[in-house]
Design a binder for this molecule. Structure first.
Ligand code: ADP
Ligand code: 5GP
Length: 200
């Protein structure tokens, strides 16, 4: 029998405000066995965000210490703040054949791809990019969320348009028209990728 059961890493990216967190929340209800990687960040929590659930909110000093100790699989500066993916959680869960989902910006996705190639695990991962139905809709959703100052909002929107240029590097592109549709599409991707033969 082919040895095709292995963990699966789902790397999710997409511009700020596209709906990643909302989709992931829905996806976790559809698939409670999904393991979520919780990143460390130096940005302050938003209203409704909880430490250890949404992010590990840590100081810049604590972040730098973790970088020095090699605790991150990847880390990047995004919109002037630091974000990093804890290494141990991902490695442990892949060993246990779990499906692990992580959300990173496009730089982080590139770093993870390099790591996967080196670890000969590229086929155990799938890169999914979430796009808005239109750039106008993205601007509307980001404004309506009311979590950024107008200066930061414009900055995030400009970054979003730049990020959209790299979406072809991903394995799948999912349009967030409706949260339910997008979450179900990602679950369909997980279902089919779990069956992929890894040995050819
Ligand atoms: P991200 O995590 O990508 O930054 P969020 O999940 O915070 O984005 O979503 C940004 C805003 O858009 C939130 O206010 C969210 O409720 C809203 N939103 C997300 N998906 C949809 C959708 N399909 N239709 C309408 N509003 C949405
Ligand atoms: P936000 O501040 O809106 O939660 O996230 C801003 C950006 O940082 C998003 O594009 C998100 O995907 C990205 N991000 C979140 N966690 C990480 C991480 O651990 N590493 C990297 N490289 N990006 C991250």
């Amino acid at each position: 029998m082919p040895k095709h059961k292995r963990g699966l890493l789902i790397v999710l990216s997409g511009p700020s405000g596209v709906g990643k967190s909302t989709i992931v929340k829905r996806l976790r209800k559809i698939n409670p066995r999904l393991k979520m990687s919780v990143s460390c960040t130096t940005r302050p929590p938003r209203l409704g965000e909880a430490n250890k659930r949404d992010y590990f909110f840590i100081s810049k000093e604590a972040f730098t210490e973790k970088v020095k100790n090699g605790e991150f699989l990847e880390w990047a500066e995004v919109h002037g703040r630091y974000y990093g993916t804890p290494r141990e959680f991902i490695e442990e869960n892949l060993k246990k054949n779990n499906v692990v989902l992580l959300e990173v910006d496009v730089q982080g996705a590139g770093t993870i791809k390099d790591w996967l190639y080196k670890a000969r695990l590229r086929k155990s991962a799938v890169f999914v990019f979430i796009i808005p139905p239109s750039v106008d809709m993205l601007a509307f959703r980001l404004k309506r969320r009311k979590t950024e100052s107008s200066e930061l909002l414009n900055y995030r929107l400009r970054a979003a348009i730049a990020e959209l240029q790299v979406m072809e590097k991903y394995d799948y592109i999912v349009v967030n028209d409706q949260v339910e549709h997008a979450a179900r599409k990602i679950q369909a991707i997980i279902n089919v990728e779990k069956e992929r033969v890894l040995l050819n």
